[in-house]
Design a binder for this molecule. Structure first.
Ligand SMILES: C[S@@+](CC[C@H](N)C(=O)[O-])C[C@H]1O[C@@H](n2cnc3c(N)ncnc32)[C@H](O)[C@@H]1O
Length: 330
């Protein structure tokens, strides 16, 4: 495994001293992506970007953890993102949706600005992901329902990709609605695009290939870290994705040995599953704490080969036991 900082990666990759295989980088993907060569052969990109849905409120609950809906700085888009192409303007948005300016209260205008900032940010990212993707590769972008349509339109008509589906992740344990003023948010969405009609696609079985997935991240799979402040283990990452969902995306869109990339890795679910499935992985994360725990997770992930060997060893052991028993009976 290659573990590098953003600066180390920039130096070594430019000098062609390393390739992308089995590499984890601590740094900002917007600095790393422009360096990646178009010929890098990335077969599948899974990207789980910020959703622009954070709330500054913290709900206090009796006898259990507070519910914090502020995921962190990375999920706020109120200010214009610097040094990015303005792909759409507020006026484009107003014209496209025929928005009536007189109906825009100060709060609604703020919401609109934040939406347009987010769209510019994600479209810039989408351009780069498209550029580095192999010609027969696929991209999966997680998003909340409000961004499915803009992403589908941009991917299909601006980039010319094939939009395959929107996969629904139905969460069976959504955070409760304490204010009881709306429905609990139990779904997340993942837009699936292929770069060409030759993009790899494996039909995994009728049941596996339904466009929805139901499950949670729980038990041993949920990563925890020690909090000195609270003197107990707390959830490491607020938006960790289930391994079984990521496994489905990887196995349907790639073959063993292919490179799977995740440029906003969080707790590194994608590289861990890629390793388990005998794929090569490339992932970045800019938060040091997530990176540190995520790296340990990838190191500890075992490949399918390892499990196959373990099963074989068990079977061999069984056989020797049988023959010892047979010997004793004689
Ligand atoms: C929604 S989370 C990903 C969670 C991940 N799928 C998992 O299973 O743990 C998004 C992550 O992107 C990271 N991030 C945001 N902007 C980034 C950037 N420009 N470069 C690298 N990482 C970034 C955040 O720190 C956050 O951990």
């Amino acid at each position: 495994m290659n573990v590098l900082s953003e600066i180390e990666f920039c130096k070594t990759y430019q000098n062609q001293q390393i390739n992308l295989e089995d590499t984890l980088i601590l740094g900002d993907c917007f600095k790393i992506l422009p360096l990646i060569r178009t010929s890098s052969k990335i077969k599948t990109i899974i990207i789980d970007p910020p959703y622009n849905i954070s709330s500054k409120r913290i709900f206090t609950r009796k006898e259990c953890d507070n519910l914090n809906l502020n995921f962190g700085k990375w999920d706020h888009f109120n200010e214009e993102t610097e040094s990015m192409d303005r792909i759409i303007t507020i006026d484009d948005y107003i014209n496209y949706y025929n928005i009536k300016k007189e109906k825009l209260s100060e709060m609604k205008l703020g919401e609109l600005i934040s939406e347009v900032n987010f769209l510019n940010w994600i479209f810039n990212l989408f351009n780069e992901l498209y550029r580095v993707l192999d010609d027969n590769g696929s991209i999966f972008i997680f998003c909340p329902d409000k961004y499915i349509s803009p992403l589908r339109i941009y991917g299909t008509f601006t980039l010319g990709m094939n939009y395959k589906h929107t996969i629904i992740w139905y969460k069976t344990n959504p955070p409760p609605r304490f204010l009881k003023n709306s429905l609990a948010n139990a779904n997340e969405f993942c837009c699936y695009f292929q770069k060409s009609s030759d993009s790899t696609f494996h039909f995994l079985g009728q049941k596996e290939m339904r466009s929805w997935f139901s499950g949670i991240v729980g038990g041993k799979e949920r990563l925890k870290r020690w909090s000195r402040k609270n003197q107990k283990y707390v959830t490491l990452h607020p938006t960790q994705k289930p391994e079984s969902l990521i496994r489905k995306l990887i196995t349907m869109s790639s073959d063993e040995g292919d490179i799977i990339a995740d440029f906003m890795g969080g707790s590194f679910t994608t590289p861990s599953v890629a390793k388990q499935e005998n794929r090569k992985y490339f992932a970045c994360e800019k938060n040091y704490v997530y990176f540190k725990y995520g790296k340990m997770r990838v190191e500890q992930s075992k490949t399918r080969k390892y499990y196959r060997q373990k099963i074989r060893q068990k079977e061999d052991k069984k056989q020797t036991q049988v023959s010892i028993n047979q010997y004793l009976q004689k």
